[in-house]
Design a binder for this molecule. Structure first.
Ligand code: ZN
Length: 274
């Protein structure tokens, strides 16, 4: 769950060509058109990790999918799918296909999603969504012999909120949150607070707790660390969380006029959980 104002980070990998550049590119391609190569096709993506082949992250993925009994359901906001730097394909690549299901959309009715409806009604299903009504996952009794299912919403904060509150199905499972102090490693997209984790990080922490195996976390985080260090080596800047920027007097955007937003920022600085 990430903040909307993700900054320029998400555009880093997409090469924007100005008009003049495009013209030069066209000129330099003259004569190439007859060659039996595809000159203007979009960059090929790796089948496994979903990254452009040149920056494939497969060497950082486990050789075999991790053996887990927990099943993940990722509810992905449609805007998240088209982002350049997505973490869900990396997560999916670490897990067996039947243990990581991704559903894309905003509205999930019982009629259109009968499988999801039965998942939500399963007493062993949890939904990861922080809030006053959420139990700490670390404290939840996970001793049931039946495999657990965890639903995670992938989107910005406001997209996740919209999905959670506008779909009654998601309010059936037990609501849980992570107490973990892991600071986001996903430094190239601005997170609203230091404790805000990307979907991949949330899934890594949640799975490690549910499977009672800390190695799972390390293995799932490895491709994200590789992605971040690659992006940083190629000119991306570290995006500190808004919380960090505000606390250190580095926040350079105009303060919001909206009183509610201003209050939220005050709370961030004062370390109040929002
Ligand atoms: Zn790959």
């Amino acid at each position: 769950m990430e903040e909307e104002a993700a900054g320029s980070g998400e555009n880093l990998a997409s090469h924007t060509i100005s008009e003049s550049e495009a013209a030069t590119e066209e000129d330099s391609c003259q004569g190439l058109w007859e060659l039996p190569v595809e000159c203007s096709v979009r960059r090929r993506e790796c089948d496994r990790c979903g990254r452009p082949q040149k920056v494939c992250l497969c060497p950082f993925l486990p050789v075999h999918p991790l053996r887990v009994s927990t099943c993940l359901y990722i509810i992905q906001h449609p805007a998240e799918e088209s982002r350049v730097l997505r973490t869900v394909p990396l997560l999916a690549a670490c897990l067996p296909e039947d243990k990581c299901k991704v559903l894309i959309g905003r509205r999930f009715s019982e009629d259109r999603y009968p499988e999801l409806a039965s998942v939500c009604r399963n007493p062993n299903t949890l939904i990861l969504y922080p809030g006053a009504g959420a139990a700490n996952l670390e404290d939840v009794d996970l001793s049931s012999p039946d495999p657990c299912i965890i639903v995670i919403i992938d989107g910005t904060w406001s997209q996740a909120k919209d999905i959670f509150f506008k779909n009654s199905l998601f309010r059936i499972p037990k609501q849980v949150q992570l107490r973990t102090s892991l600071s986001s490693q996903y430094v190239i997209r601005t997170q609203p607070t230091n404790a805000c984790l990307s979907t991949l990080e949330c899934a890594a922490v949640a799975l490690a707790i549910m499977e009672k195996n800390d190695c799972i976390k390390e293995i799932i985080l490895r491709p994200l660390q590789a992605l971040c260090s690659f992006q940083l080596q190629h000119g991306a800047q570290i995006h500190h969380s808004k919380e960090h920027l505000l606390k250190n007097g580095l926040y350079d955007k105009p303060m919001p006029k909206n009183k509610r937003k201003l209050r939220r920022m005050e709370l961030l600085v004062n370390n109040v959980k929002i």
